[in-house]
Design a protein around this ligand. Sequence first.
Ligand SMILES: [Mn+2]
Length: 282
Amino acid sequence: MIQNAKAVPFRLASREECPQDTRVQVGRVTIGDGHVVVMAGPCAVESEEQLLECARAVRRAGAAVLRGGAFKPRTSPYSFQGLGEEGLALLAAARQKSGLPVITEVLDPRQVEQVSRCADILQIGTRNMQNFSLLHEVALAGKPVLLKRGQSATIEEWLCAAEYIMAAGNRQVLLCERGIRGFDPLLRNTLDLSAVAVVKQLTHLPVVVDPSHAVGRARFVPAMARAALAAGADGLLIEVHPCPEKALCDGQQSLTPEAFAALMGQLRALARAMGRDVVTVC
Ligand SMILES: [Mn+2]
């Protein structure tokens, strides 16, 4: 038993354990069945108008899941930290009005229950990938979990973090590549698309790519979103803001609704060329 654990540090997440692709069900949306699921919305929930405008725009363009942060883990403690509970209430309202399932980040094990009430997918951010008490709590919540890769995490460390969630009884895990720490100041991070190919082979879990946080500049997001789809990603997580220059968080990497709609058209064409579809909620 101990020898086995040594040989394969992530067992439940491995292809050997489960040769068939895992499908994660989020309301009527299935992630991991070969089709492409696009999740989009603002970095942070800022107001009712901002969130609803964004929800309507991304839905119209064909997104299947609404993203939005209520609790924001910021590099500086003086940056906007999110609306917290008020943000969760706005997400719940947007979910109801738009009919889109919601993904939002949970930062603290003590908030998992509260966040679970309005979230269809619980997001673990890059800074918390190895916060094992948080991974344990989200596993117990019984909701799908999107696990972002740590900024400096190896693929194996990332899969071991997924294993923590699975070993605690939750198999509904989405892996999210969001860029790793690079050396080039022109980009926020380096999008590791090779990780998508590697992880698709090593595991049966769906893989989502977040090009927004990887490149950190809106003008580079469409190219990397297309590349992620071509690399085999099951889904994309993209930041969209009705007015990026006024965003309280990550405005420089947020697409306008118009740019997002144009990108969705390209993604649909690319998906078709690969014998896939972009999933929409109707
Ligand atoms: Mn962000």
